[in-house]
Design a protein around this ligand. Sequence first.
Ligand code: IPM
Ligand code: SF4
Length: 774
Amino acid sequence: MPSTTIQPQTLYDKVFQDHVVHQDEHSALLFVDRHLVHEVTSPQAFEGLKNAGRKVRRTDCTLATVDHNTPTTKRTNFTDIASFVKADQARLQCTTLEQNVKDFGVRYFGLNDARQGIVHVVGPEQGFTLPGTTVVCGDSHTSTHGAFGALAFGIGTSEVEHVLATQTIIQYKSKNMLIHVNGKLSPGITSKDLVLHIIGIIGTAGGTGCVLEFAGDVISDLSMESRMSICNMAIEAGARAGMIAPDQITFDYIKGRPLAPKGAEWEKALSYWKTLKTDEGAHFDSVVEIKAQDIIPTITWGTSPQDALPINGVVPDPENESDPIKKAGIVRALQYMGLTPNTPLVDITLDKVFIGSCTNSRIEDLRAAAAVVKGKHIASTIKHAMIVPGSGLVKRQAEKEGLDKVFEAAGFDWREAGCSMCLGMNPDILDPEERCASTSNRNFEGRQGALSRTHLCSPAMAAAAAIEGHFIDVRKYLISDSPQVSIESDKKLAESQMEEEKQPKTPARQPSPAAEQPTPNSIAESTSVAPVAPAAPAASGIPPFSVETGVAAPLCQENVDTDAIIPKQFLNTIKRTGLKAGLFYPLRFTKNEVTGQWEETNFVLNVEPYTKAKILVVAGENFGCGSSREHAPWALTDFGLRCIIAPSFGDIFYNNSFKNGLLPIRISKEVIIEKLLPVAERGEQLSIDLPNQQILSSSGEVIIPHFEIEEFRKYCLVNGFDDIGLTLQKEEYIKKYEQLRSIKFSFLEEDPVKVIKPVKGSKESPFGVNAQDW
Ligand SMILES: CC(C)[C@H](C(=O)O)[C@@H](O)C(=O)O
Ligand code: SF4
């Protein structure tokens, strides 16, 4: 007889369970409460909808803005996005989004709206992000929203299309990992130092396959904005998501925000949200203990977020590394970064400073930076120091507090909201070999511009570095001579936004009269017994994969990130095709110092017989980590690759691959090095037999008798089925879930489209939302 005892659950388990629309043996179909959309990863998704004659299922659960490739220059003379964005491809992505939100009725914050900003700043700021919700976006830093106790993760463009069409997503249960931070952070140490320290310890593959829960005294003491900075970088630790249990600090932050529940719905929400914590005795698959007193200001020296060191450290020496692949990685990073082993970190001089990004562009970050620079001036050697607020509302709040004046007096450039130099898809980039102190989250090769050199750090550390011209331990600074800027509480910020955006309450969606009141855990139970809709033919959108034989190319590199697979300058497209030219660009091409031309390197895919490789054999962990860009599998398949074999993969990349007929196979590093790498190094062929889950040599000898793959993924790939067609067969389950959700979680049902009204001094935008008059 099955046990009736209720097992203690983690926060992740609870939120996951409350969103199950349908569960089968291996995967679950989860309902998506909140979908954020931006211009870079959505065009192909909307195109897919249009081609299939589908609509956006829940416009009330969808919010779009432009952020990645928009200029951050003054918008005083802004008339429309088509004339404001100068770069052709970026303009096309922006105008395509504006057309799509219009065609599909999606609410949108455009450049003439004060609420525009980086998606991950906008969602929480508006109260769109709420505890216990599922939040997705075609962007890896969706993990940010986990700070509210939401299950929030980045998805690829095919999944964006899936969510737009079905309001659901197919998920596999991740493992639970607890990051427990004990003690108290010393004065001057921020959550950015903490998260860099954590990633320095567990590594960029440390959280692979897991949802991280951050807990402990230190986490409970943090403000919401600091918590967001931590969860933001959970993706840099390789995790599916990062979560923090909601508490009074969370509730106070949300209360009164424009899209947060009001009145009786607020009270109902609150009583549910209070249950969202890990139960005593719940099982974690792994636990990492972090001692807060060990942490001092932390920066990165290399080209991976795990290259984090305390500011009193020195640049590492590859001679101290025994693993040959890791050693080669350090050598390459040192060369790329132009650093000499054993140099004290405080001796690293800088060219530029960037304070912004979805990690650190909120009001608290700007206050911290302003507190450091007030009354001082940036060093004469600093060529440019930028402050880019995360949203128009953050900018406005900072201006209310006079922070813009503090920054400008200190020689900083005060900009408009957007992603800006975090990845430089807009004009804000570093020149080759320029070195930047950046409050962003990624220091990959070429991240802030071709051959750019990025050091990640906190806003206070970046501000101090701007003043000194080199890194410095900001604690000396803060303690000695820096006056504090007056600080309004977070609560006041929320209220000040509310004054302008106070909304009339609209009635919640009416439940169907036939719907029964569900008991607390009954959504999953009820929906799991719903009848299956008659089978509709599944759309066949991906090339089927049965047995593939071809040349296997060897690659001995750890942490190959998706920025390296396809750099940002190739993301400015609204198509899925033609990306071969950008594949592994930083590895396949190098700049000739004499001619200034980019020339082919001897990277494996440039060399015969590998120019026709179908299989990539990677002898390094964490292939495809970082950004959610589905352009990575698009570029790999455009080159002709059908299979990547590696010890581990970035979670989002792994998912994206299957949607494009690219088979990622996980095999241990030892086995790859012993059995597959030698075959690839000899330039021989391998056969991948997916139906039998085997790898064979060209002569038919079985080299790997069995590899693991999830049943459902195999089924889709072998048959070339796309998920949307299959999910639409579960329409009855989705309907049933929606019906029950409208009762149990009625506080999520207010239709924010109706709630949004013009803000003071605004004019109506052509997209049915309110435009802020700049
Ligand atoms: C463009 C987008 C796909 C990407 C991401 O997923 O993270 C970007 O935001 C980044 O930071 O690299
Ligand atoms: S990481 Fe950078 S580019 Fe990506 S969403 Fe955040 S700010 Fe934008």
